[in-house]
Every structure is written in C-alpha cells, then in structure tokens.
Design a protein around this ligand. Structure first.
Ligand SMILES: Nc1ncnc2c1ncn2[C@@H]1O[C@H](COP(=O)(O)OP(=O)(O)O)[C@@H](O)[C@H]1O
Ligand SMILES: [Mg+2]
Length: 703
C-alpha cells in the first residue's frame, strides 16, 4: 500500500529548489518560468529571452541531494568546468549565465525542469545523475520522450572516455539530444565521471550549439502550428487543490496556445486555444462567487459530504472508567493470591456488588467480576483478564499474575475529551466519521451544499434512448447517449469520490433540446440550477448554435481547448437578469466520449470545489505503458486506458483500450484512467512500450 501511495504524484511540488551556498554565486536557482536570471559576471538582472544571453541549465538529479541527505558535488563541478573551460570559448557579446537546480529522481520533476528551460530558450542543459541501472535511475526515461533528435555521438564520446578508465562506464545510460533549440547532455552522477565526460565533449559543444541555432526548421505549421512543444502541455496538468485562500494552483506554462497555423483561415474558430491547465484555472476562478453556501443535514444523510463547520465533542468518551477486558476489577497493590468476588459489573447493566467490611484488620482481598466495556466500580484501580485467574469456588478466585495500577482500564475521556475538536471544516464524511458523530450523539451538522445540475443534450437527430427507431431511419435519428451516460456518471462520481452535486428535479434534470436557437435559449434561461451541462452543438457546423447563443445571453470564457478529444469545449457564465444568480454553463462536445472526458477534466473539478472539497482534480499517477502507443500529431491526448498495479514490477501499468476515435464509446468502456499523452512531433510519432506517462485516475482501480 505504501508503494502505491508513494506512486501518487502531485505536480505542485516536484521541483524542490536546492540553493547550495557552496556554489560560486554565479548561479541562480530557478523557481518558475518567470524568474529572472542573473548575469554571472556583473550580477545585472536581465530578461531571460535576450538573444545574446547564453544560458546553461545545470540539473542535478538525485533523491538524496534533493532531500538534503547528501551534498551535491557534481553540479558545482559542472559549473566550475563550464566557467573555466567553456566560457572562454564564447564571443565577447555572449553573456554566460548558469542556472542550477536540484530535483529528485522523478520523471515529472525532471521533465518539468527541462521543458521549462527549453521554453526559456536555454542553449544547453547538462544533467547529472539518474543514468544508471537502479530502479530510481529514471533520467533517460524522463529525457527521451522530450527529445526531437538524439545526439548519440555525444553519448558515445562520453562512454568511450569513461570506458578507458573503468568497465563500470558501460552501466551508464546517457541519452543526450536536442529539444527545440536546446542541447541536452546527460552526464552520470559521480563527480569523477562528470569531469571525464564533460572535458571530453566540451570542445565540440560550441559548434554543436551554433548548428542547432542556425538550423532551418522545415515548415511544419500544418502539423503543430505555433503551439509550444506539447509535451510541455502534459507537464502543465495540475493537481488542482484549494489553498487557504480558496485559490488554485498556478500553472508554470504558457497560458494560451495559438490555435491556427498563423494564416487567417476564414472558417477557423475565433476562439483562442487555451491549455487544459489554464482552462481549469479559469473555471475554478468562476466558481468562487457562485455562493452555494452550507446547509444542515441529518448525520445519516451526510455520508460523502464535506463538513462545513468544525465539530467539537461535548462529552468525555468514555464517560466512565471502562474495562478493556473480561476479568475482575481489583486493586493492583493486593498482588497475587485468593480474592473474594463481591459481585459483578456487566456492560449495559448497573454495578451489582455487596458491601463487605473492608477494614484494616480484615486481610481478605476483594474483586468484582467485569466484562469488556463495563463500568469499573469505585475503589478498584485495575482489571485482570480472566485468563490470568483461576476459579476456586463460586465466590473465590485466585489471581495468578501481577497487574499494575490502571491496567486494562480506559480512563474517562481517554478516547475523546470534552471540548476537543473531532472533525474539521473541509473533512469528508465517510463511515468512520458517521461512527464518530454517532458516538458523540450528534444528530445534525452543517455541510457544504451541493451544486444543482441540469443536463441538456442538444441535437435534432436525438431521441430518448427508450424510443423505437424505425428501420428506414431516413432522418438519421440516433438515440441520446449523452444523457444516460452523464446521468450515471454524476451518480458514479458522487458514490466513488464523495458527493459533489445533485441533479435538479429528478427526470426534469435531463432534456433533449433541438438545434434551434429559441428552444436552447429558453432551456438555458429557464433553468434555475447552479450548473448547466450541454452536449453537442459547439463545433463549427451550421447547427452548432451553442457558442453564439451563449455569447448573446452570457459570457463565453473558453471556446477552445488544446486537447483531444474535447477541443471545442466551451465554458460560459450566464447571470439571470431578475435574480442576479450566476450559472456556470459547460458546453461539452457532442461525441459521447468527448463529453465524458470533458466532464472529468473540467466539470468535476468545479463540482468538487463548489461542494467543499479541497482537492479538486482527480489523482494522477505515473504508469508504465504496456504497449507502444501512437501519438496524435496535433494535440495532447487523453487516451482511455486500463490502469493496474503490477505487483511484480511494483508500479502501475497502463494498457490502451484501443482505437481512440471520439465517437467510439468502446474506448471508454472498461477504462479506469486517461493517459495524458503529449502531442507527437514529426520525429516522435509514438511512445514506446515501458515509457512512463502520467495518467488521471477516473475510477476505482480494483479490478
Ligand atoms: N446526446 C448525444 N448522444 C449521442 N450522440 C450524440 C449526442 N449529441 C451529439 N452526438 C453526436 O456527436 C457528433 C457531434 O455532434 P455535434 O452536435 O456536431 O457536436 P459538437 O458540435 O459538439 O462537436 C454527431 O455525430 C452527433 O450525432
Ligand atoms: Mg449537434
């Protein structure tokens, strides 16, 4: 279980900065995309993108160093070598800047740093560590998927130089290469190997970097337009969670992704293509002033809800000194020997004892028979378990072992003391919390209200799924898949992850609306719910009325998202003119699979925020691909897969559900996660088997 929990990754804290003061102060640790970097020579703060800046990132990859358990020697050594042997090779106009960072041996951390630095147009990134054979050596697994081109010559040169010194060099797995305009060199971790390798390759680096910068990039605009490298989009995916300010995590990536090829296509959507991460942030922001509030519910109806108040105990528990064992209450100081049994104390019954003359002269020892959970009578300070006694006669026992004072007694208030806080605002109520509330006799409590939802399936072609469709079907009628799917999906997430929403008015919460402006407007404007989910009608077709309508009656915040499936996802707010009540409108694409993926990625975090959860998005883990998977060349893909825990390899593995066409419901069936795949590039059209990828868990992973 621990392993499983360790595997759960959060993306918010994966780039532990380690500002090692031993390093000459030419080096500045970076914390985020917008950090300024200081010039090594004159300490002048400068913008990161100036053409004459020669930025080099030095990345030490080590769990131990990042945890402070070891001092990094290799990173500082790289800086020294570069400063003494590389900087003199540069022209006078180049300002040489080194940026140093330590990350743990985690794929997400390594990729996060490297993608950030390549976006910042670093000329060179040198990593050290994580290239060996041990299970935590993950540098090649992190770097390879990011590369546009491999630089095997550099690797061979490094291996050769080390092999001349030690055969152990063959256990290094360098994977140098080029990403965008950045040369990435992966050195081993040992400081000795770092010296040997770096000094060997150094003479070739200036020319290599010149060539990379001069290289003419073929026109690929039809493939990847102006988007930042899409692997970066993968990195941007957040684990959204609330903070003290009710806020949300901040992306480190580009906010908007250019949609078109730069050419003004007449039929192209006018909406800016936003990254998934930024879309989620926009949505969460709009949740803030929705004013859903709290409500009182009966304890037994609070299961799965989030508590809206701290809960304190107004009693001590146990309320009386209670026995932990079946046995005899006695006084510890009386020790071993024969005891007279004066009566009994059974759980749930009053104490039943006779009062003997317990005077000084009387040498008799007394005890009371007692059961687990029963009140310990006054005058007795311990309980001996029945196993350590022997019955002599009806009224006498023999105590066979010594007990200490207080033994096997739960003192008053030892479990819960009067006035103590037992549950906090924001806690989720599960069966244990219900048990706790029951123990304390709390019948009602305040919980966060659940946002109400209405679901509208749009489309002239749709009929309720129960309807017969005649065999000619000349109108091209289809059954409404989205309503029943979303209806059960809502039930499912409420059951699996805790309650986050309620359907407005039973069957009335689901309607089929024709592709007709007035019907759609009436349906949206007449809905009183906090959230409206529409499906269909958001693309560029003639009957796709949803976006123009929402422009008219509300505000469209998002009209296009850089993902597959789900690109036309639209998010708007509509404010009722009379009541001033704001409604969030999620317009999901019509294809059933797209609508489900968009529900998990965009709607669910909003529902969870509104219903009081502090963790908004579902958990993400890293998993090993069990097969080679083709990449979409245009957008990052939410690839439906089956996630299982591999007990042998002690890691998650993910198996694709097959063809990912967005109309193919079967790709969703039996899937319990979405792999978040980067968009491919002309040089990388597949992710190989065993590549480690991030995946969003959407369902119970017990099979
Ligand atoms: N509720 C639904 N159930 C099943 N299929 C649907 C549903 N809504 C739309 N579709 C189908 O999804 C595809 C896309 O529909 P469309 O309205 O163009 O969606 P969008 O404009 O959002 O892409 C069409 O083939 C359509 O018939
Ligand atoms: Mg339609």
């Amino acid at each position: 279980m621990n392993n499983l929990l360790n595997f759960l990754t959060s993306f918010s804290d994966n780039t532990n900065s380690n500002n090692n003061n031993n390093i000459n102060n030419t080096t500045t640790p970076t914390n985020n995309m917008s950090s300024t970097i200081q010039n090594t020579e004159d300490n002048v703060s400068s913008s990161v993108n100036k053409i004459n800046e020669f930025q080099v990132g030095i990345l030490t990859i080590s769990d131990r160093v990042s945890r402070g358990k070891a001092t990094d020697q290799s990173g500082p050594e790289i800086i020294n070598i570069l400063k003494n042997q590389y900087k003199p090779l540069l022209s006078e106009n180049d300002r040489f800047i080194t940026v140093y960072k330590v990350v743990p041996d985690s794929i997400a951390s390594i990729q996060g740093m490297v993608t950030q630095w390549t976006q910042l147009k670093f000329k060179l990134i040198i990593t050290t560590g994580g290239t060996g054979f041990s299970p935590r050596d993950l540098t090649p697994e992190a770097i390879k998927p990011l590369l546009d081109k491999r630089a095997k010559g550099i690797d061979i040169a490094m291996l050769k130089s080390s092999l001349d010194v030690t055969p152990h060099a063959m256990l290094s797995r360098p994977c140098s290469g080029i990403r965008d305009k950045t040369l990435i060199v992966t050195l081993p971790g040992s400081v000795k190997a770092v010296r040997e390798n770096l000094v060997t390759i150094l003479p070739a680096l200036p020319h290599a970097i010149d060539l990379i910068c001069q290289e003419q990039v073929p026109d690929q605009s039809h493939l990847i337009s102006n988007q930042p490298h899409l692997t970066t989009q993968q990195q941007e995916l957040p684990t959204h969670h609330g903070g003290g300010n009710g806020g949300h995590s901040h992306s480190h990536g580009h906010g908007h992704v250019c949609g078109g090829s730069g050419k003004n296509k007449e039929n192209e959507s006018k909406y800016e293509m936003v990254a998934v991460n930024n879309a989620i942030e926009t949505i969460l922001k709009e949740c803030e002033d929705l004013g859903i509030g709290e409500e009182q519910v009966e304890t037994m109806n609070s299961f799965g809800r989030i508590i809206g108040q701290d809960v304190h105990s107004d009693i001590d528990f146990p309320q009386f000194r209670a026995s932990i064992k079946d046995g005899y209450a006695l006084n510890a100081k009386d020790g071993l020997g024969k005891y007279k049994v004066l009566g009994d104390s059974f759980a749930g019954s009053p104490i039943n004892t006779t009062n003997e003359n317990q005077s000084e002269t009387n040498t008799e020892k007394y005890c009371v028979k007692i059961t687990t959970g029963a009140r310990v009578p006054e005058g007795y300070d311990s309980v001996i378990q029945i196993e350590d006694t022997k019955t002599l006669t009806e009224n006498y026992i023999e105590v066979l072992s010594v007990v200490s004072s207080g033994q096997d007694i739960r003192p008053v208030g030892s479990d819960i003391s009067k006035g103590s806080k037992v549950l906090s605002k924001g806690d989720k109520i599960g069966s244990s919390e219900i048990g706790l509330l029951a123990t304390l006799g709390i019948r009602n409590l305040m919980v966060f209200k659940l946002p109400t939802i209405t679901v509208l399936s749009t489309g002239n072609e749709l009929v309720p799924f129960e309807d017969e469709i005649d065999s000619n079907n000349n109108k091209g009628t289809i059954r409404d898949t989205n309503s029943p799917t979303l209806q059960t999906l809502i039930r499912d997430v409420n059951n699996q992850f805790g309650q986050c929403c309620q359907l407005k008015g039973g069957k009335e919460s689901f309607k089929i609306i024709p592709d007709n402006y007035d019907s759609l407007r009436d349906a949206i404007e007449n809905t009183q719910s906090d959230i409206i989910i529409t499906s269909g009608g958001v693309s560029m077709g003639e009957l796709d009325l949803v976006k123009p309508l929402l422009e008219k009656i509300g505000k469209v915040h998002i009209g296009r998202v850089n993902m597959k499936p789900g690109k036309p996802l639209t998010f708007s707010t509509v404010t009722n003119k009379q009541t001033q009540k704001k409604t969030l409108v999620f317009s999901l694409p019509g294809n059933p699979v797209s609508s489900v993926v968009c529900f998990y990625v965009f709607v669910l975090p909003a529902l969870r925020k509104l219903s009081g959860f502090t963790q908004f998005s579902l958990p993400m883990v890293e998993a090993k691909l069990s097969d080679r998977i083709p990449l979409d060349l245009q957008r990052p893909e939410y690839h439906r897969s089956q996630l299982t825990w591999d007990f042998q390899q002690q890691c998650f593995t993910a198996k694709s559900t097959g063809s990912q066409a967005s109309c193919r419901m079967l790709s969703l069936s039996r899937s319990n996660c979405f792999l978040i795949l980067p968009a491919g590039t002309p040089n990388q059209k597949y992710l190989e088997k065993n590549t480690i990828v991030k995946c969003l868990i959407i369902s119970n992973i017990y099979s």
